[in-house]
Design a protein around this ligand. Structure first.
Ligand SMILES: Cc1cc2nc3c(=O)[nH]c(=O)nc-3n(C[C@H](O)[C@H](O)[C@H](O)COP(=O)(O)OP(=O)(O)OC[C@H]3O[C@@H](n4cnc5c(N)ncnc54)[C@H](O)[C@@H]3O)c2cc1C
Length: 439
């Protein structure tokens, strides 16, 4: 056995993708050395409850640990950040200076919350982001001190879930977003308008089409208000910044890989590409950090920040890691996510990007129980359900098969429907790839 083989497989990132990838390696019969490196001190835990049951106080932050579904017999290096990768030497440098040898490497370092810039008041006390268990614990403690008013910046999925929890706790909340409705980028303003109604009913204040420029603090350095671009000021003694995430790829700079803040680029088999575009046969990536050509979307580069992708891609990458090159399969994935907010269980499949039409095909917008389908150029591309997920798997299948819009016309409980304009805001600065964000 060579020194590299003795080094075995190293997984960097001890969260959902890292854990499920490691389990898949063992399940596929890998019996060699397995090392899992994580910069957080915790065993892998689940992030979705953090912005839901943990913030509302129903679940303790340390009750989110993910179950180990297979005996891993792994060497856990928790609380150790990887700071560099040396491909020639096949080693990973940890922050404490240790060099860890690998035969094969799975990169699963995910993403980190986009912080508020210090120059605009980001360093003030009581301004939070929410990505990890420790963030959730700190935020939960601060919310339990009953702030006079909470300000949430960003009406994406996590921002809206946070508003919902704060209202459940009886806290006064203001939500600010540059778009006309919440969830405008992921679901469009026509569907997002349902959440505007929920905000109103829940007693939250929503400043749509507004932008926070900077935060102001008091003499003790604690946030007291936000200044908006339109000249208004919003009083708040606790702020949650929910502006999405950037991929955790800093540690790969200098490794000669195709990696930047948008992710690490892989080929279809999840093998990471070198800077010259050649796949590295011994380095794979999965989960939020990975960007790959998805065959389901004509091979367009895509990164997906949703739970289901982290699991499926990690398992896929793990199987490929153990297979000979000619037997490695391309990873084909239909993005999907769920969210719960204002008592509504939201589930979505597909990508709404470029949708030119949307129609409610089951239920009604007025009842807030519905299934809506999105179309582009006559094809079905995505579907979302609000408390109406029964038919969602059938729509997922139709979307995967590229069926016409709408794909199902004769369901027993389907009435007449009217196609509407989905109302997506103009795209942000051009991205190099399709991004399915959870922020
Ligand atoms: C608050 C919140 C709520 C969410 N809710 C939902 C939901 O309802 N539905 C849904 O579909 N998705 C949801 N998501 C998204 C989902 O949780 C992610 O897609 C999933 O966690 C991605 O898993 P991952 O392992 O790829 O990345 P991550 O979970 O980000 O894990 C990466 C791990 O690698 C570590 N790491 C980073 N850099 C290094 C380094 N240099 N060295 C060592 N370790 C490193 C990180 O600290 C982290 O522990 C939510 C996400 C958040 C943050």
């Amino acid at each position: 056995m060579s020194a590299a083989q003795a080094a075995g497989i190293v997984v960097v990132g001890a969260s959902l993708a890292g854990l499920r990838g490691a389990e898949a390696l063992r399940r596929a019969g890998y019996g060699g050395r397995l090392t899992i490196v994580g910069d957080e001190p915790h065993r892998p835990y689940d992030r979705p409850p953090l912005s839901k049951h943990v913030l509302s106080g129903e679940l303790a932050p340390n009750a989110t640990e993910l179950p180990e579904l297979v005996a891993l017999d792994a060497d856990w290096r928790l609380g150790h950040a990887a700071v560099a990768l040396d491909r020639a030497a096949r080693t990973i440098r940890l922050r404490d200076g240790t060099d860890l040898a690998y035969e094969r490497l799975l990169i699963a370092t995910g993403a980190q919350a986009r912080p508020w810039p210090d120059a605009a008041g980001g360093g003030l006390a009581n301004i939070f982001t929410l990505r990890g268990r420790d963030d959730a614990a700190r935020l939960r403690t601060a919310l339990a001190e009953t702030p006079r008013r909470v300000l949430i910046v960003g009406a994406g999925l996590i921002g809206c879930e946070a508003v919902s929890c704060c209202r459940d706790l009886g806290l006064p909340v203001t939500l600010v977003d540059p778009n006309p409705t919440p969830l405008a980028r992921s679901l469009g303003t026509w569907v997002g308008g349902v959440i505007t109604e929920c905000l109103k009913e829940a007693g939250a204040t929503f400043h749509a089409g507004a932008q926070v420029l900077r935060f102001e603090g008091d003499a003790s350095g604690r946030v007291v208000r936000a200044h908006l671009a339109d000249g208004r000021a919003v009083e708040a003694d606790l702020v949650i910044v929910a502006l999405g995430a950037t991929r955790a790829t800093d540690w790969l700079s200098g490794a000669g890989l195709m990696a930047d803040a948008g992710g690490v680029t892989c080929d279809g088999a999840c093998r990471v590409l070198g800077a010259d575009g050649t796949p590295c046969p011994d380095i794979y990536a999965a989960g939020d950090v990975a960007r790959w050509p998805n065959p389901l979307y004509g091979g367009r580069l895509m990164s997906v920040e949703h739970w289901g992708n982290a699991v499926a891609q990690a398992e896929h990458a793990a199987r490929n890691m153990l297979a000979p090159a000619e037997a490695q399969q391309a990873y084909r994935h239909l993005p999907a996510f769920w969210s719960s907010q204002f008592g509504i269980n939201i589930k979505a499949v597909g990508l709404t990007e470029g949708a030119d039409t949307v129609a409610i095909v089951q239920g009604s917008r007025a009842s807030r129980r519905f299934l809506a389908v999105y179309g582009r150029a006559g094809r079905s591309i995505a579907a979302v359900s609000f408390d109406q997920a029964r038919w969602l798997p059938a729509y997922a299948e139709a979307i995967t098969g590229g069926q016409a819009f709408p794909p199902i016309r004769d369901a027993s409980d389907q009435g007449a429907f009217t196609p509407m304009a989905p109302g997506f805001p103009p795209p942000r600065a051009a991205s190099t790839h399709i991004e399915a964000r959870h922020g």
